[in-house]
Design a protein around this ligand. Structure first.
Ligand code: BG6
Length: 466
């Protein structure tokens, strides 16, 4: 028993957090390229253009663009069955609205995908992971319906180009962060009104559905999923008001998943929009498109859980939307304040499967922590091993005891990469260490941490060694 045969063990990265080469070989600027280095607890500056004297971590990231061969060889050495990566839309369509793709951008991903396949690693590609082309600013990014067509053109182009080589796809990374981190989600200002965010979300949901339908047409073997930022929360108490407060919050997140799985907006969301006087920009044929583009599976990121209740108003408050007004006294927090809750992983797997009856996959999970390089060059990251082991054991229970069909598990950042929230390098998730500091100084050399050998054994034994 335990993990099924063909379980997709692996790791996950995002183009802007690893590639660097931000203007090389014809790539255009993306929203990620305007995010200035920050730190935990400090508001992130987003500049309107690249300014001299400011450090933008994505511009060189970990230089994977030039080192992907070494990095993927290390993934293969760990025995990865699956590698979740994203394509940078602006590497393939530099301005976002181009008709003809940038050949050099496609060439790069050809090399990456073919290398994965040569190692027997199944690629899983996210089409949009926190990097909307800056060229779409003239349309107001996702606030404009034209962007739906540009995205669908991009999706169609890569579905055709990689037909037969890539079969697992995700449309938008953490689509629900349009409600918490709208700039990352799609170039929408943090100060934007609820109406703007809900319009942009509508356009992304429509674009996702259209892409799913086209992807299925191009290759019926394609498995196309959604990707949800796992903001699971517990009610603060059994006070019915706390139960309702938690439920209200959950619905603000889950409606995105409802639409992608069921092909229509749920009644509770339509009623809320009505109360807010928000009219979605629905056009003829949209209802049919949403219904025709439901996903094949649900993927999500799982790092933490929250507590919500009658005090939780609207969406999460605070930096990265992580403050709900309550603390959970039963769990520890990471150095970056994220509540560590392995048991919640089993709960979340059951929750999603019960609600939607679709296969699920955990495509991000991990511990962001500071690592220390010992005098002998080793990195003894037992805290990371403990975190991952505890989560994997709970996942195994969901599979074995609860019968949840879990397709696979890709640990976040198998190689150290720059943090999405702060741009820091010292918030490390990797099994592979990268010699680079927050300001981008270092040799960029890669080395294996203790967790590298541990994860290799987990995969080799299909989880038996846990
Ligand atoms: C998820 C994102 O929200 O969390 C990743 O999909 C991100 O891009 C990850 O890196 C961890 O967050 P952070 O801020 O620690 O990098």
């Amino acid at each position: 028993m335990g993990f099924p045969d063909h379980f997709l063990w692996g790791g996950a990265t995002a183009a802007n957090q690893i590639e660097g080469a931000y203007l090389e070989d014809g790539k255009g600027l993306s929203t990620a390229d305007l995010m200035v280095l920050s730190e935990h607890g400090k508001k992130r500056e987003i500049s309107s253009t690249v300014e001299a004297g400011k450090y933008y971590p994505t511009h060189q990231a970990i230089d994977y663009y030039h080192r992907y061969e070494e990095d993927i060889a290390l993934f293969a050495e760990m025995g990865f069955k699956c590698y979740r990566l994203s394509f940078a839309w602006s590497r393939i369509f530099p301005n976002g609205d181009d008709r003809v793709p940038n050949q050099k951008g496609l060439d790069f991903y050809d090399r990456v995908i073919d290398l994965c396949l040569s190692y027997g690693i199944e690629p899983l590609v996210t089409l949009s992971h926190f990097e909307t082309p800056i060229g779409l600013s003239k349309y107001g990014y996702w606030n404009n319906r034209k962007v739906v067509d540009f995205f669908v053109h991009y999706a169609k182009t890569v579905f055709e180009h990689f037909r037969g080589r890539v079969n697992y796809w995700l449309t938008f990374n953490e689509i629900n962060v349009m409600s918490t981190m709208p700039w990352n989600a799609g170039g929408i200002s943090l100060e934007a009104s609820e109406e703007t965010k809900m319009t942009a979300a509508y356009h992304q949901l429509l674009a996702s559905a259209k892409a799913v339908a086209i992807g299925h047409q191009i290759d019926p073997e394609n498995q196309i999923g959604l990707m949800y930022a796992g903001h699971f929360s517990y009610p603060n108490s059994c006070d019915p008001e706390d139960i309702q407060g938690n439920e209200d919050f959950q619905k603000k997140m889950l409606f995105y998943v409802d639409v992608q799985c069921r092909g229509k907006y749920p009644n509770y969301k339509l009623k809320e929009l009505e109360r807010q006087n928000i009219v979605l920009p629905i056009q003829e044929g949209d209802a049919e498109s949403l219904l025709a583009g439901t996903v094949d599976y649900i993927s999500y990121s799982y790092y933490l859980t929250h507590v919500c209740g009658k005090k939780t108003r609207g969406i999460f408050k605070g930096l990265n939307g992580l403050e709900t007004g309550y603390k959970n006294p039963h769990i520890q927090k990471s150095e970056w304040g994220w509540g560590i809750d392995p048991k919640g992983l089993r709960y979340s797997l059951n929750f999603l499967y019960d609600r939607y009856q679709l296969p699920v996959m955990v495509v991000e999970n991990g511990l962001g922590a500071v690592d220390v390089v010992e005098a002998d060059g080793s990195i003894q990251d037992d805290y990371r091993i403990d975190y991952l082991r505890a989560h994997l054991l709970e996942m195994e229970k969901a599979i074995e005891l609860d019968g949840v069909p879990v397709m696979g598990y890709t640990a976040w950042g198998p190689i150290d990469l720059i943090a999405a929230s702060t741009g820091e390098m010292k918030k490390r998730y990797g099994f592979i260490y990268v010699d680079l500091d927050d300001e981008g100084q270092g040799t960029k050399e890669r080395s294996r941490k203790k967790s590298f050998y541990w994860y290799k054994e987990v995969i080799a034994t299909n989880g038996e060694s846990l």
